[in-house]
Design a binder for this molecule. Sequence first.
Ligand code: ATP
Ligand code: SF4
Ligand code: MG
Length: 348
Amino acid sequence: MSSVLLRAQNIARSYAVHRSPWAKSSIIQAVSDVTLSVGRAETLGIVGESGSGKSTTGRLLLGLEPVTGGSVAFDDKPLPTIGSSDWKRLRTRMQMIYQDPLAALDRRLPISIQMREPLEIHRIGSPREREARVGDLLRAVGLSEEVARRYPHELSGGQRQRAVLARALTTKPDLLICDEPVSALDVSIQAQVVNLLSDLQRELGLSIIFISHDLRVVRQISHRIAVMYLGRIVEEGDADDLFAHPSHPYTRALVSAAPVPGKKLAGRIMLKGEPPSPANRPTGCAFHPRCAFAIDRCRSEMPPLADVGPSRKAACHLAGALPAASDASSKAVGGSIGSPVSLSEQIS
Ligand code: ATP
Ligand code: SF4
Ligand code: MG
């Protein structure tokens, strides 16, 4: 048995968009050339600004929509065709958790009934075993039987997300893809739900893909992190290593905006401006209009995702030649490597 549970090889997804009935359609390349894998009992964090392709990647990994390039394999086998009986069977092993638990739950049914549903649909266990499994899972996510008898609108946001989690776990999945699972929750509740996910992962040996725009949250739970920018992975690797020595200027900006509580910030790099539209992708390195280090080559040549250490890859022409992260900002202002475009820095 391979240690890798899910592997995506050069996956891509494009959409044809029609701005008006008489205008020519344009192509949005939402995801391009994404290669990633998640191991058994491992958490891979996917982080990036809004529109960077995180959710699209999640849907492609789960087979909720087809790739327009590349391939996805689960347990060393290609994902079955969407909607086929093999795919439906596989879906019990891969579950998705979304940002809005209220939308994910059926408002007309009490939680306990909704939790039994997947077991009934897939004919898993006897009625008594189903009852026992629901009870076990409610305890595992910290919900009482009394709470489970209520309807979704009678629960708090944190309780609802726990209920969604418990329901996703009823079919004993191997993989959870969590798309911004705590973004709608209060900060104090966010930490509780993230800790719960970590505990469940350890106890159940789950693999998790945790998607968020918030690097602080991703950091709390991930073993490895993939940073996405405009549909591509620009840096990927061991979470601790990536935080300690971010190689890509974009990762540096994200890391510097997600300080560790109690640690003094050496230099903060502010990420300015909006990412460009994927319908109008800049030439060369897509980050160059915002990069303080951009050189001529960056405007014409796309950097490949290449090794920058034993456990890390980055897509930057200057990854090995940039100043150390802690003094990167002062060098950027001095313009010793490239003239600053729209990254600015402030020492706090
Ligand atoms: P957010 O943090 O806001 O959720 P994201 O990183 O999850 O963003 P995606 O939702 O994957 O980003 O979208 C990536 C790009 O693809 C965006 O420009 C989005 O507008 C576009 N896109 C996604 N789905 C579609 C679709 N069905 N049709 C057209 N464009 C789409
Ligand atoms: Fe892209 Fe060049 Fe900046 Fe590297 S230095 S992130 S290649 S623009
Ligand atoms: Mg999204």
